[in-house]
Design a protein around this ligand. Structure first.
Ligand SMILES: [Zn+2]
Length: 453
């Protein structure tokens, strides 16, 4: 059989035109399993022809309509034709774009005799359709630039992109995302109710050799209010003012001066300080230490105590050691860090009394002492950030930064992890992080282009 494909265009002025596309031939006698239905190659060929036909007609209509001067309704003369190469998702199309002379009624041209005007320049500012640019950015943020270029080449009839093109377009989209965030952070009158929670974590990614350091730090996080969330990623050193950038990120999420910000992160002071600097004292910032980070340290103490009481020739009373180690966790969970500190001191004191015991017992006691000291220092450094975790947990509030850690996996490790053996520049890593966060949030999906239509 033979399949014939024809397209009929009806212009806005009622004119109709029919175009004939390539036909698909499927002779019955030579049909093989590979020849059943529409194949990818056929689809790509047809889509490319389809695109060309639509684009030619559209360019013709745009040129015809824009020849009429919007002010005096006289017809503007055609100055010349220029060849324009337009990159679209369905192929690269070469069109003859007309340039028009300015109308005599144009007062601006009297004062400033401008050149001819190009009506197409408005529709294709970057010589590529916005959809194609978003495609490049999305695939480039999910795969390596070379892989993204390969994927596009396999599945789309678009002009095979070079990996540097993918990188450049991703960079442009990332910049545009940051500009749009700046625009959206205009102050509104109404402050939404309730606080915001910011989960923060850091990630290390490999750095390019010219920076003379092994890793660069990526700050990844998630901002949440009652029913919506937004991810973000940034390389602090790549931005001139991380403080301003963070503030924009918060403002884009309806943070207003005076609104409570709860920051949950591990013990690294730089992360909550980033938020404190961003708010610049315009609102309360409460830092909460991630529960699991010091819960692990408590577990180390418990394990060391267990090791001590099970040591052969251990002469003390096991309950004297096991009970404080057990209750340590309980006190911390209920926000009684001072009591926990007293227990820790007691444990350390008791362990010091094993000086005369056999070698194995002394070693085990020293281990308990070291673990206790680590936990003690950790608590002392973060005393301000400890809260009543039990109460928060029972009221359904978050107590751990695990949501930020999942963002680290999604944003940093999946694309820029150490296992991928890629080295990054500060700017490159920052752009990919910004785009990837937008892609994961669905702020940059290709389907979002419906809004543009
Ligand atoms: Zn005019």
């Amino acid at each position: 059989m033979d399949v014939r494909i024809a397209i009929e265009t009806t212009f806005d002025n009622g004119e109709k035109r029919t175009h004939q596309l390539d036909s698909i031939s499927r002779p019955y006698r030579v049909t093989c399993p590979d020849g059943i239905g529409l194949r990818l190659e056929d689809g790509k060929k047809i889509a490319e022809q389809f695109q060309r036909v639509i684009l030619y007609d559209q360019v013709e209509e745009i040129t015809r309509e824009s020849r009429v001067c919007p002010d005096c309704a006289s017809v503007r003369a055609i100055h010349d034709y220029r060849t324009r190469v337009l990159d679209t998702t369905f192929g690269r199309v070469r069109v003859e774009a007309a340039r028009l002379r300015r109308c005599s009624c144009d007062v601006k041209s009297a004062a400033m005799p401008g050149g001819p005007i190009s009506p197409l320049a408005y529709f294709f500012p970057d010589r590529a359709t916005p959809e194609l640019q978003r495609f490049h950015a999305e695939l480039g943020s999910r795969h390596s630039f070379r892989e993204a270029a390969r994927l596009m080449k396999s599945f789309l009839p678009c002009h095979p992109p070079h990996h540097a093109t993918v990188r450049a377009r991703l960079g442009r989209i990332a910049e545009r995302l940051e500009c749009s965030r700046r625009a959206s952070s205009s102050p509104a009158e109404v402050t939404p109710k309730g606080g915001l929670t910011v989960f923060l974590d850091g990630a290390h990614i490999r750095c390019r050799p010219e920076y003379q350091q092994r890793h660069l730090d990526l700050v990844v996080g998630k901002i949440e209010s009652r029913n919506i969330c937004r991810r973000f990623g940034m390389v602090v050193n790549a931005t001139a003012s991380p403080r301003r950038r963070m503030r924009e990120e918060l403002s884009a999420f309806e943070w207003k001066p005076g609104r409570l910000l709860t920051v949950i992160s591990d013990g690294e002071a730089a992360l909550p300080n980033l938020i404190r600097n961003a708010t610049n004292g315009d609102g309360p910032v409460k830092h909460i230490l991630d529960w699991w980070h010091f819960s692990m340290r408590v577990q180390h103490v418990e394990a060391a105590v267990q090791g001590l009481v099970q040591t052969q020739r251990f002469a003390g009373n096991p309950v004297l050691f096991q009970r404080p180690a057990k209750s340590l966790r309980w006190w911390l969970w209920h926000g009684r860090a001072r009591v926990a500190e007293t227990y820790l001191k007691g444990l350390m004191h008791d362990c010091a009394s094993f000086a005369e015991e056999p070698q194995a017992v002394r070693a085990a006691a020293a281990r308990v002492q070291a673990r206790c000291e680590t936990l003690y220092t950790y608590l002392a450094n973060n005393m301000e950030s400890l809260v009543d975790y039990g109460r928060r947990y029972r009221s359904g509030l978050p107590i751990s930064s695990s949501r930020a850690e999942s963002s680290v996996d999604d944003i940093a490790n999946a694309r820029m992890g150490k296992r991928r053996r890629m080295r990054w520049s500060l700017k490159g890593a920052h752009r990919v992080a910004v785009t990837r966060a937008a892609v994961l949030d669905g702020r940059l999906t290709v389907t979002n282009s419906k809004r543009a239509a």
